[in-house]
Design a binder for this molecule. Sequence first.
Ligand code: FAD
Length: 379
Amino acid sequence: MDFALSEEQSAIFDMAHAFGQEHIAPHARAWEAEGTIPKDLWPKVGELGLAGIYVSEESGGTGLTRLDATLVFEALSMACPSVAAFLSIHNMCARMIDSYGSDEMKARVLPKALSMDTVLSYCLTEPGSGSDAAALKTRAERNNEGYTLNGTKAFISGGGYSDAYIAMVRTGEDGPKGISTVLVEDGTPGLSFGGLEDKMGWRSQPTRQVQFDDCKIGAENLLGEEGQGFRYAMAGLDGGRLNIAACSLGAAQAGLDATLAYMAERKAFGKSIDQFQALQFRLADMEIELQAARVFLRQAAWKLDTGTPDAPKFCAMAKKFVTETGSNVVDQCLQLHGGYGYLADYGIEKLVRDLRVHQILEGTNEIMRLIVARQMLAA
Ligand SMILES: Cc1cc2nc3c(=O)[nH]c(=O)nc-3n(C[C@H](O)[C@H](O)[C@H](O)COP(=O)(O)OP(=O)(O)OC[C@H]3O[C@@H](n4cnc5c(N)ncnc54)[C@H](O)[C@@H]3O)c2cc1C
């Protein structure tokens, strides 16, 4: 058993970290205020091969492992978890096209997605179904040319911003077996968007409803087979959960680093506050929690890479554990900054707000427990 990162993995982390510090961190607050991420960031990300991290090399992707991807998202989140998490969704979609799209679709969509001249969004949730995603109601009726879509997707990251949407829609019976996955390109007649959601965190990412009103797409926009869409959507989520956990980890590490530096400077009762043993113990606890979270996350990623049968359970456990640890740590960081932690200038309150949603999306942490408990009971 070897816990060390390889030289190549350390280089991947360093490259993503350097990119984040140069191109994202200095602007993260402004982008949050503007409620959008400038589109000209993405081709720079694409140039580094970070738009198709685990898209096969054969399809023009980077062909890295899930473990490598967690390193990328941990490193980028040290600059801004909102921007990093948005990139994770794009990667999830690109991988779905690579895994399930026809050769024609791959040739048509992937080159621009991998250069990030186009950005992809993932549409599963609906106003009436989130955790119970298999209850989705958006219908896709088959006709001679393709499909006509009717329905609404809710909470879509990149809604009204992205260039194409991977949508889970109902082509058949109720339940998971009646669900298919389709690609809907921006500009398709009948595709429209709700108003910008006003959110607690992830404020640089535009979130909107995505609406289909007699929205017609060609048959060539079906991914894989009809009726398999729920399976495709769930397969995408195992890796998505690792990435989201990595985003919590990186942001919390950045928060802890900033807190250590702050505590060395800040004086109270005649000494710097890092000299109070009660506070040193809290720092030690945060370090222990983050290191445990990192090892657990990387183990789950390794299981997904090696295809162990318990990989989905480990991805769920890691998502739950790491996102809660991350939130606990940044909350402590805020406390250790005193009143300054509450001010936007210090960058800590943004982390508290951004990380909170990681416990809710890619499957809530209650659903993560459900996955774990089901597997325990089945065994
Ligand atoms: C900022 C943001 C961005 C998002 N981006 C996207 C996106 O890009 N694409 C997308 O498809 N979705 C996206 N989502 C949606 C997200 O995945 C859902 O919000 C999430 O899955 C929860 O669904 P829900 O909000 O309908 O809550 P519900 O499913 O209604 O859950 C409400 C509460 O009940 C609990 N609960 C539900 N069922 C059970 C159960 N069986 N046992 C125990 N507890 C249960 C939940 O854990 C939760 O605490 C986003 C959400 C947010 C907030």
